[in-house]
Design a protein around this ligand. Structure first.
Ligand code: 8YV
Length: 333
């Protein structure tokens, strides 16, 4: 059996050398394939390795009659039309575990960078704009003893809670589903509704997927109820925040600052945000470490092998595909 694996974007090749020799890999030389080369390959591909920022649309799937598996390189899968994949009998998987710790690490880093003005001092010192040691200048905000409100208490939210606990912070959280008592106790985290969280948190961290349900979840009315000293951290998806409302809230001092790794229209970042000294921005690097990128690749390679072995324990996003008559992986499952 030969199998054509198409990469939508150039990735580290860790783990792919372990695929059987009849697996043919089609990887772009640059970041993506030029012109319509990708679509030509897609028309005969068995497996697509997709990534954030590159859409996998209904039109594309309709042109791929052999496509059985879309193995997404990343935890978020808002780039893929999942309902259509299920309808066409295509399984979609993601890579949740590898991205958990590094994304929580970055969220913690952004919290520190904004609260303690690390990025601002670093910039200012280099251009001689900041007084050196003084007592009454250069004052920032202590995280110890502050309340962190985590919106989205999945794996990344919990990994962030673990870190924040070691910093002596109080944890409140909001989630679609309240966690079990034992899990709440483990993270010393209290459940609140969204409004209570926004009213009480000194730092608000977004750790939930981007979807139609979470689109603009934080907008003008949410900023109005947040504390004026609050800091907003987003390592999830840009669309969760109404970016124009955020800019206004920062200008009007409705909140004190923001640490942002993701933006509404990536890769573009509004000029206003880039100019604000109380905003720290990073270019969507939550999972961008050498270790994690390699681990994500190894996981995708192993998912492909395990798909052909009919394993149900792989991270399947659209489990409903398994029970559908038209599931294209039926011969293995
Ligand atoms: C990466 C991410 O950009 O995993 C995700 O959902 O947003 C990021 O960590 C992505 O994994 C690369 O495809």
């Amino acid at each position: 059996m030969s199998c054509k694996v198409l990469f939508q974007y150039r990735l580290p090749m860790d783990g792919f050398d372990e695929l059987p020799s009849d697996f043919e890999l089609f990887v772009p030389i640059d970041d993506t394939f030029p012109g319509d080369e990708f679509l030509k390959h897609l028309s005969t591909a068995d497996i697509l390795v997709s990534v954030f920022g590159q859409k996998v649309t209904k039109e594309m799937m309709l042109q791929a009659p052999n496509l059985k598996l879309i193995a997404n390189y990343g935890v978020g899968y808002d780039n893929i039309d999942i309902a259509c994949a299920s309808e066409l009998g295509i399984m979609v998987t993601n890579t949740p575990n590898p991205v958990t710790e590094p994304t929580a690490e970055l969220a913690m880093g952004l919290m520190l960078a904004v609260a303690r003005n690390i990025a601002g001092f670093n910039n200012d010192l280099r251009v001689g704009k900041v007084p050196r040691w003084t007592v009454l200048n250069n004052l920032t905000t202590t995280l110890y003893g502050k309340t962190l409100g985590i919106i989205g208490m999945g794996a990344i939210g919990r990994a962030l809670a673990r870190r924040a606990l070691s910093f002596g912070m109080n944890i409140i959280y909001h989630n679609r589903k309240r966690l079990d008592d034992l899990v709440e106790q483990k993270y010393n985290a209290s459940y609140t509704d969204l409004e209570t969280l926004l009213r009480n948190a000194d730092i608000v961290s977004l750790n939930l997927p981007g979807s139609t349900e979470t689109h603009h979840m934080i907008g003008a009315s949410e900023f109005k109820i947040m504390k004026p000293q609050a800091i907003l951290i987003n390592t999830a998806r840009g669309v969760v925040i109404d970016e124009q409302a955020l800019i206004k809230a920062l200008i009007n001092k409705e909140i004190a600052g923001a640490g942002l790794d993701v933006f509404e229209n990536e890769p573009s970042i509004p000029e206003e945000l880039l100019k604000m000294p109380n905003v720290v921005v990073t270019p969507h690097v939550g999972s961008a470490t050498h270790e994690t990128r390699a681990e994500m690749s190894r996981l995708v390679a192993s998912i492909i092998t395990r798909f052909y072995a009919g394993e149900k324990s792989i991270p399947i996003v659209n489990k409903d595909v398994l029970s559908g008559d038209g599931f294209r992986g039926k011969t293995f499952y």
